[in-house]
Design a protein around this ligand. Structure first.
Ligand SMILES: Cc1cc2nc3c(=O)[nH]c(=O)nc-3n(C[C@H](O)[C@H](O)[C@H](O)COP(=O)(O)OP(=O)(O)OC[C@H]3O[C@@H](n4cnc5c(N)ncnc54)[C@H](O)[C@@H]3O)c2cc1C
Length: 317
């Protein structure tokens, strides 16, 4: 109920206009967002790198309404790629296709995505395409498949365990050697296309994780470029899911370079550090920029305790 409420708030433009202006909301968002500027984001990654963590940087933005905004968003990503290169931080980049205008004009979106891939390839970087709501699942898969088929292997995608279709999608992606980040899924989807209970989502996550771990071996030996991240990225803060993956390691004689764990900036830092200390690669998703509102609302939706944290900030103002 609370989850559905915050997810619908994340999409409501009236709420975005009023909440984004509030000082206490901006202050509360800073728990999950590294800052509004590129410089702040790079500094956050330097801090993570010092602790042995790597990062994926996301210049926040989604559902762009005008073509010129999509072009502007792509320009920000090009500047981000340049800044990563110049600063030497250990980070790749995450993008959203709705930010590049996929809902406005697919050709424009494809051109911008390929321009980003070209620039990333020139500076030895990798672009992960985040997965958004189910209206974009097939379009996102098609866009990434077509980029890889035209020679851009420095890109990967995200699979959401809550979608019933994911066990088929993951096979398509594995067959094309496309690196996959596996997450549970952060949007509100109807029961005919997404599992409705947490138990079902968790079971799906464990099954898909096993599929990815098994595929990792073939990919590593087939075509891995050492500059790209591991084939399988397990994006979760759920210790049971993480334990399941760790138990698969000896069972599959898996090697640690086949996979990495990923977590969100500001969430379970203790677990991020503990896994790093145990010798795993942990990549932190570091969002930054002024369009923090929908991302922040999804983080509130995930956990009722975050709402109390939000309210506490209101009373501190
Ligand atoms: C690196 C990364 C990239 C992602 N990319 C995408 C994407 O492209 N598309 C997409 O739909 N979703 C994405 N997600 C979000 C994901 O789908 C989940 O909504 C989110 O990760 C919460 O699920 P969980 O696996 O952590 O498990 P949960 O069962 O939700 O949480 C497990 C535990 O993690 C902690 N936790 C989880 N969320 C929070 C929070 N918001 N605040 C505080 N503690 C929390 C709590 O301790 C909780 O008990 C991404 C997540 C990560 C980590």
């Amino acid at each position: 109920m609370l989850r559905a409420f915050f997810i619908s708030l994340s999409k409501a433009s009236w709420a975005q206009r009023s909440i984004s202006r509030l000082g206490f909301a901006r202050r509360a968002s800073r728990r999950f967002v590294a800052g509004e500027t590129l410089e702040e984001a790079i500094r956050a990654v330097e801090d993570l790198n010092r602790e042995g963590l790597v990062a994926t940087l996301d210049h926040l933005g989604e559902n762009t309404a005008k073509a010129e905004d999509a072009v502007g968003a792509a320009q920000e990503v090009l500047e981000l790629i340049e800044a990563i290169h110049l600063s030497g931080v250990k980070a790749n980049v995450s993008i959203k296709l709705s930010q590049l205008g996929i809902n406005l004009n697919e050709d424009l979106c494809r051109d911008l995505y390929l321009k980003i891939l070209e620039s990333a390839r020139n500076s030895g970087n990798f672009i992960r395409v985040d997965m958004e709501d189910s209206s974009l699942t097939q379009k996102t898969i098609n866009m990434v498949l077509s980029a890889v088929r035209s020679g851009y292997t420095n890109t990967g995608i995200v699979i959401q365990a809550y979608l019933r279709r994911s066990c088929e999608d993951i096979q398509t992606l594995i067959a094309s050697n496309i690196p996959v980040r596996l997450c549970k899924g952060a949007y509100k989807e109807p029961a005919n296309i997404a599992f409705a209970t947490m138990d079902e989502v968790n079971r799906s996550y464990d099954d898909l994780a096993e599929t990815l771990m098994t595929a990792g071996a073939r990919w590593i030996y087939a075509s891995a470029d050492p500059r790209w991240p591991a084939f399988a990225a397990f994006a979760t803060h759920d210790e049971r899911r993480i334990d399941h993956i760790r138990r698969l390691e000896p069972a599959l004689s898996a090697r640690r370079e086949w996979f990495e764990f990923q977590m969100l900036y500001g969430i379970r830092r203790d677990l991020q550090k503990a896994l790093t200390a145990s010798g795993y690669t942990v990549r932190v998703y570091v969002p930054y920029g002024t369009h923090w509102y929908p991302y922040f609302m999804r983080r509130l939706a995930e956990r009722p305790a975050n709402v109390w944290f939000f309210i506490k900030n209101l009373f501190r103002s």
